[in-house]
Write a protein that binds this ligand. Sequence first.
Ligand SMILES: [Zn+2]
Length: 132
Amino acid sequence: MGRSHRGSHSDAELTTIRRLKLENQKLKKQMSKLRKQLSRIDIDRYSNLKDILEEQAAEDENFDVKIELEDLKEKWICHGCKEDYLRVIMVPRADGLFYMRRCASCFHKTKLKRYTDEVDGIGTDGQLVKAD
Ligand SMILES: [Zn+2]
């Protein structure tokens, strides 16, 4: 679904709807996988089931990160071009660690600020920024 569905829903509502749809899809997939597995269960399959559960725990974690990245892309949308989002650029200086946010498309950027643990966003590598 694209941006053409605007009108009756706000952007925040659309984000929520999109997320719920994704979660729903994922749960359905999980359910059918588990159901299939349960229908064939016997002692030999136990380790197989354990693998699936472990695999799914890892998938869940990836999914959460994906959602967080999507949220941050919306939060830090570039007001210069409104097409891309601002990446966090770390700037280590003699007096401490600083950062700015810069758009990878139009190079619109924010002022240099001191980095703290509260800074959120996506780094130049496309991953969540973390303090280290
Ligand atoms: Zn931009």
